[in-house]
Design a protein around this ligand. Structure first.
Ligand code: ZN
Length: 321
């Protein structure tokens, strides 16, 4: 639409459109008062329903305005089709005993943000599932802004009790930039929830987590699952950390080690067989995949070499399944 038209000239229509927008936007605690259509954007002017002024940072509220000066404010909301949607409101100022003179908070946006809560939640959700380019193109904002939004969404949604009652935890490393950068993530196995993260993947990284936990909460940890790198285990076992905790290695790494050891024994056995029994050795050579399977999953013809190797491998302490 090439023209710009305020709908304030026709009061009945204005009321109808404003009511429609109030329902359409589903913004908490406001009435839509006016709608302006522009070429690339729709601007909706709203007023707060509540009379009390709320501090944007804390739960303080008051009926007293600090001064009569209005503060023109705007936020970007979820797009309306191909157009941007801008919310505008004239806010008041209050004096909070803790935070000083501030512009009042609004129920539909986080403190200090120029985006509505719905818009920020969408960006936060996209950032967990889509890559940087996709997120930027879909919401049409730069990556730094996405970063600031993520911080606000995280601060808002993070469970403040996430470091309480940790008994069985998992420590994992995740890499990015083609394994040049690493982050350590700690999860609560009982709640299946990531509770902490920090860049790095060594003893000092996990030390930072346990320091944040403090000695009392760290002392309650009964089991820690991890990969087989020594750094994490070293941190867990330090005095004042969780020296009593059971270290549990990820089954994937244990199975990988067992498979490797089995292969070493199989090769040794094959070399010995070659010298004594050429035919048996040839049959045994093809048994590698049989060895890696559980015996009950093998068909009758393939059980022979497995049984042979199981007997020979057992004295070396190699698991046979
Ligand atoms: Zn305050």
């Amino acid at each position: 639409m090439g023209h710009e038209g305020r709908l304030t000239e026709q009061p009945a229509e204005v009321t109808a459109v404003a009511t429609a927008f109030s329902r359409l936007l589903r913004l908490d605690g406001v009435w839509a008062r006016g709608v302006t259509f522009r070429e690339h954007a729709v601007v909706v002017t709203v007023t707060l329903r509540r009379r009390l002024l709320h501090c944007p940072e804390c739960c303080f509220s008051t009926s007293a305005r600090h001064d009569a000066r209005p503060v023109e404010s705007s936020w970007r909301h979820l797009d309306l089709g191909t157009r941007r949607l801008e919310i505008r409101a004239r806010l008041r100022r209050l004096a909070c005993p803790s935070h000083g003179v501030r512009t009042e908070g609004v129920p539909f946006a986080r403190a200090g943000s120029r985006f509505t809560r719905d818009f920020e939640d969408l960006v936060g959700s996209l950032a967990t599932t889509a890559d940087e380019t996709t997120t930027r193109r879909l919401v049409r904002i730069d990556w730094d802004t996405v970063g600031r939004i993520i911080v606000r969404v995280m601060d808002d949604k993070l469970d403040p009790d996430r470091l309480e009652d940790l008994f069985e935890i998992g420590v994992d490393e995740v890499s990015w930039r083609r394994r040049h950068k690493y982050i350590t993530l700690v999860s609560n196995h009982q709640k299946n929830q990531v509770v902490w993260g920090k860049e790095g993947r060594d003893t000092a990284t996990l030390d930072a987590f346990i320091d944040e936990l403090g000695p009392e909460r760290a002392g309650h940890i009964a089991a820690v699952s991890m990969d087989m790198s020594a750094g994490y285990a070293k941190s867990v076992c330090k005095d004042g950390h969780s020296p009593g905790a059971l270290i549990c290695y990820d089954p994937y790494h244990v199975v990988a080690l067992a498979t490797k050891a089995l292969d070493v024994v199989r090769r040794q056995h094959w070399q010995e067989m070659r010298r004594a029994d050429e035919l048996g050795a040839r049959q045994f050579k093809g048994a590698r995949w049989c060895l890696l399977k559980n015996p009950e999953n093998l068909d009758q013809d393939r059980r022979l070499p497995y049984g042979d190797c199981a007997v020979l491998a057992a004295p070396s302490g190699v698991p046979t399944a």
